[in-house]
Design a protein around this ligand. Structure first.
Ligand SMILES: [Zn+2]
Ligand SMILES: [Zn+2]
Length: 229
């Protein structure tokens, strides 16, 4: 494996395409991120079912106890469903949620280290929360800034609009290299011009159209795949 990478993104929960052998697929989204700059494992979202998520994490030879932080994009079961099982195994895990929803997480996990995020903040070396977007339904995305200043955006469902997260990401890097995750109803396709790696999955309504328009840049995001940036 090459060692000159900043991040490894492993797909541990999705439902769009067939999983790699030995992995399981199910409705929801989660990625396991290894930050090579801080030598830390982080989880972005948790999918729906704990047994499936933990199976896929272990299949990548990572133990839940090794994960230091979990970032929850938004409070929908297909992104939060396995947090209970993750927390049962790893009580030391730091949980980052949109500030708007912090009360419900503290109620469910009164002993846990739960942090509510409102504005953009660095949650690990070169990994930023976008800050919370939206109104009644708030959501945060994750921005990974490589050593070459390329930006990787990881999106849960993008309910507040993927455009908002892309615009925010551009405030910390003018080179958006990859966008991975749920694009929801996204249709302002000009926002993806120049993005080399387009990994729309999960809840993306216009996935077929995006795949057609950006056939050279599009990547099928299947459970068991991993990507180095
Ligand atoms: Zn979703
Ligand atoms: Zn959602």
């Amino acid at each position: 494996m090459k060692s000159d990478f900043s991040f490894e993104i492993k797909i541990v929960y999705d439902d769009i395409c067939a999983a790699q052998p030995g992995f399981l697929t199910d409705f929801g989204f989660s990625t396991l991120i290894y930050n090579n700059l801080s030598k830390t494992h982080l989880l972005f979202d948790t999918g729906s079912k704990g047994d499936i998520l933990i199976h896929n994490i272990n299949k990548f030879n990572v133990k839940v106890s090794e994960i230091k932080k979990v970032i929850i994009s938004h409070n929908h079961f297909d992104h939060t469903g396995s947090l209970k099982e993750i927390y049962q195994i790893n009580h030391d895990i730091e949980i980052y949620v949109p500030l708007h929803d912090i009360k419900s997480f503290i109620r469910t996990y009164p002993e846990a280290q739960v942090q509510g995020i409102s504005e953009m903040i660095e949650v690990d070396k070169n990994i930023f929360s976008s800050g919370q977007f939206g109104g009644r339904l708030t959501e945060q995305s994750l921005f990974l800034k490589t050593e070459k200043n390329d930006l990787i955006i990881i999106s849960g469902c993008a309910h507040p609009g993927l455009e908002a997260f892309i615009l925010k990401g551009q405030t910390i890097s003018n080179k958006i290299k990859a966008v991975i995750g749920g694009f929801h109803g996204f249709r302002n396709f000009s926002f993806l011009e120049g993005v080399e790696f387009i990994g729309a999955c999960h809840c993306t309504q216009r996935i077929r159209e995006i795949k057609q328009r950006f056939s050279d840049q599009f990547n099928d995001i299947c459970v068991g795949n991993s990507y180095l940036f």
